[in-house]
Design a protein around this ligand. Structure first.
Ligand SMILES: [Zn+2]
Length: 381
């Protein structure tokens, strides 16, 4: 059989070479169009039909490649964007695939453009004519920021595969549940004045002190009340990420800002957290009316869990010899689950994701190809 697309390593190189950074900072944020076009070309060569969709009001795109007719089948999904990188911490070129000591370095090698190189390589090694159910490949945009790619895709698609596999770097373990993420910013507006006379102003740091006390109560409450034993950190966590306020030693501090995040376990919804935060801060809102302003930062991701007793999990467990586990990071699973049962399973370790000198350990290469092949055979043959 003549191979219609470049070799595994050449594809990998071509994907890493195209910068596709997603960032909340407008100056760093990039379109993923060139990468989407490249992927479309590769999958077209393999006779897949391609649908490209533009995420409204952005320069970002999703791609759905599909082959085979009928219902069911398998959807393999990955995001096309990466996080930003710190050029001072990287010792290698983030956009050049560098092989060194059995590792493949580059931004997106594990998180997660590399996953598409695996899929393409496996597709070259199987007899596509034999498939009885469709194979879908989804490439999403903006996973690293607001997950708008996955959010938009589920609203606009009618496909119904039997299973979705997201190839995030799970060290080839089968992840069936993960935590969610919600983050807040609180501004306290006081009144400034000369520090020699406290009655000159309202000190925002002192108000923030009461707010922090209340949030710490909530942190303890969440830890005591909610538990999911399958998680390595079995309770919802809260983290104060930053605090800023004040500008001169002799001035009453007029503005203080606090940022914090909560990571809920499955069983605790985002709405419940919203209510708990509001309730906990109610007394401070009443005591200092029009001085405390709470808002959500970024976009929240719900916690996710797929029942490990389900048929799909059992099927993957037995055919690929995997045991379902949980993870503390977030993925697009809470959105893609609207299409089909969704699990996370991919090459490389999450330890290397979002880190300088991100790399894929080459020991994952052959096992990953085997697993993807098994999944296609199990779900589509
Ligand atoms: Zn990722």
């Amino acid at each position: 059989m003549i191979r219609k697309i470049p070799s595994f390593i050449e594809i990998y190189e071509s994907l890493i070479k195209i910068p596709t950074i997603s960032s909340q900072k407008k100056t760093l944020d990039q379109s993923n169009k060139i990468l989407i076009d490249l992927l479309s070309n590769y999958f077209s060569e393999l006779k897949f039909s391609i649908k490209i969709q533009n995420i409204p009001n952005t320069n970002k795109f999703n791609m759905l490649a599909s082959i085979g007719n009928g219902t069911g089948g398998l959807l393999l999904s990955g995001h096309t964007d990466t996080v930003d990188f710190d050029e001072h911490s990287w010792t290698k070129d983030p956009f050049k695939l560098t092989k060194q000591k059995n590792k493949l370095y580059g931004l997106g090698t594990v998180d997660m453009k590399g996953f598409f190189a695996f899929i393409l390589d496996v597709l070259c090694s199987i007899n596509i004519k034999k498939i009885k159910k469709p194979i879908y490949i989804l490439a999403t945009a903006n996973e690293e920021t607001d997950m708008s790619g996955a959010r938009y895709f589920i609203k606009s698609t009618s496909i119904k595969p039997d299973c979705v596999i997201i190839g995030e770097p799970t060290s080839l373990q089968l992840v069936k549940a993960h935590k969610g993420h919600i983050s807040y910013s609180i501004n306290v507006i006081g009144n400034t004045g000369h520090s020699s006379n406290p009655s000159n102003g309202v000190n925002s740091i002192e108000i923030m002190h009461f707010i922090i006390k209340k949030l710490l109560q909530l942190k303890t409450y969440l830890r005591k009340k909610y538990c999911h034993k399958e998680f390595s950190i079995a309770y919802p966590t809260m983290n104060f990420s930053s605090i800023n306020g004040g500008n001169a030693i002799n001035r009453i501090c007029a503005l203080c800002n606090l940022k914090f995040e909560i990571r809920p376990i499955p069983g605790l919804t985002l709405t419940q957290i919203e209510i708990l935060v509001q309730e906990m801060l109610q007394v401070t809102f009443k005591k200092w009316p029009n001085r405390i302003f709470l808002k959500n930062l970024f976009f929240s991701v719900p916690p996710y869990e797929f029942p490990k007793e389900s048929k799909i999990v059992k099927k993957i467990e037995s055919s690929c010899n995997l045991i379902p586990i949980t993870a503390n990071y977030c993925t697009e699973a809470p959105f893609l689950k609207k299409i089909a049962p969704t699990l996370i399973l991919g090459p490389g370790s999450i330890e290397q994701a979002h880190h300088a000198d991100e790399y894929l350990d080459c020991s994952f290469i052959e096992p990953t190809k085997k697993i993807i092949k098994k999944l296609i055979i199990k779900f589509c043959y």
